[in-house]
Ligand binder design. Structure first.
Ligand code: TTP
Length: 395
């Protein structure tokens, strides 16, 4: 089966992290989000991957090349991101049988994707407590056939949210040109509606699903995937370092004396930790990143070449590539009123749903010495702070 993977979006809600990296290429554990998606497709038996790329698409092309895990790879360009149906329609020239469509920014478990492929035509469903903000599937009485899909219903027919992965019959190739929806996008769910009308579509409940749209969802995706780690220490670890639990230190990484790491944690190749650093929670120390003397990192993501070199605390935060935190930079990750931490997302003050959340530092942001960062603060691409500054608002 061919799998079309949608990776053209601009990732506006996850800015500034998407300023230099397309959202599907942001790291979750040891590889980009979209590589996890491709892996599940390959493991489910896909014999060709077709990536729809657009925004910073060359990054996706560079990563996957012409063949990935023995499966041939093709690319189509979507110049304007006018909707998911339009994205799949760009891939039409490659489609010659049943085909899967998967969002390139969602995390799925491999077993469920295999079930999805086996049950074709099918749609992935994820059970949520409150489905009113999702596309929700209606099913027949036995729950074995999808009868409809309704967007953000006031009165949801089931608790099954559309989880952004589908297998369509070959005929659906001819259904891809759908009119724009109310929000002005050509939506894949309108294609699904027609497939539901004309075929028997099976809902396949997925065990694990996370749609990575906003910065804290990237943190959550890392928490989930890092919790799958099994201890594997290959890098250069000093005798006086204490690695507890499921800690992975990749070949080419260095851990110096006096370091304590409580797993799950992943320290990637080229990274350097210590001396005397403390890492806890689910933490990713990306390629060539640096965690220096007397630095504590808790439950955070440090992307490639992010440096927190001395006397700093970073909690529940996401640091983009090439960020540099000066000595004495401290992140607050808890509000005194105990309210959930909020973040500005496209101009809207939005709850992260988390009591503890720190900051989001965009690519190449730099803090000067003794900078304090308030919970929920975002630093934009190349932002800087002044020595001793308390940053209370995004910049
Ligand atoms: P979204 O998450 O809805 O869009 P986005 O990735 O651009 O992010 P944002 O809303 O924050 O700007 O898209 C879902 C998936 O579909 C995602 O993998 C990107 C992909 N997509 C395309 O490939 N082309 C498109 O035209 C659209 C709208 C999305």
């Amino acid at each position: 089966m061919q799998a079309v993977i949608l990776a053209a979006g601009q990732g506006t809600r996850i800015r500034p992290l998407s300023e230099t990296t397309p959202k599907p290429m942001l790291p979750v554990a040891d590889r980009p989000i979209v590589a996890h998606v491709a892996d599940t497709a390959v493991e489910a038996g896909a014999d060709e991957l077709v990536f729809v790329v657009g925004y910073l698409g060359e990054r996706v092309r560079e990563y996957f090349g012409e063949e990935y895990r023995g499966v041939s790879v093709n690319y189509v360009e979507q110049d304007e991101q006018v909707g998911t149906a339009d994205a799949v329609n760009e891939a039409r020239e490659y489609l010659d049988g049943d085909f899967a469509v998967m969002n390139g920014d969602n995390i799925f478990d491999a077993e469920s994707v295999s079930e999805l492929f086996d049950a074709a035509p099918s749609v992935a469903a994820y059970t949520v407590e409150d489905p009113s903000s999702y596309g929700v599937l209606s099913t027949d009485d036995g729950g074995s056939v999808v009868t409809d899909i309704v967007e953000k219903p006031d009165d949801p027919p089931t608790t099954m949210a559309n989880a952004g992965a589908y297998v369509f019959p070959a005929e659906a190739r001819e259904y891809l040109e759908v009119p724009a929806s109310e929000r002005g996008e050509h939506e894949i769910t309108d294609v699904l509606e027609r497939v539901i009308d004309e075929f028997t579509v099976t809902p396949v409940e997925v065990e694990r699903w996370l749609d990575v749209g906003r910065p804290w969802e990237l943190l959550e995706a890392n928490e989930i995937l890092l919790s799958d780690l099994e201890r594997d220490v290959r890098g250069d670890v000093a005798e006086g370092a204490d690695l507890r639990g499921d800690v992975v230190v990749e070949e080419g990484a260095t851990v110096e004396p006096g370091v304590v790491v409580k797993g799950p944690a992943l320290i990637r190749e080229g990274a350097k930790v210590g001396p005397n650093a403390y890492i806890r929670g689910a933490t990713l120390v990306g390629k060539d990143a640096r965690v220096g003397h007397s630095v504590e990192i808790k439950n955070s993501v440090l992307m490639e070449d992010a440096h927190v070199s001395h006397l700093s605390y970073v909690g529940d935060s996401v640091l983009g590539p090439h960020v540099n935190f000066g000595a004495g930079t401290n992140v607050a990750n808890l509000r005194h009123d105990d309210e959930d931490v909020h973040l500005m997302v496209k101009g809207e003050y939005t709850s992260t749903g988390r009591r503890k959340f720190g900051v989001v530092a965009g690519p190449r942001a730099k803090t000067a010495i003794n900078t304090s960062l308030n919970p929920g603060t975002k630093l934009s691409l190349d932002a800087t702070t002044k020595p001793g500054e308390s940053v209370m608002k995004d910049r």
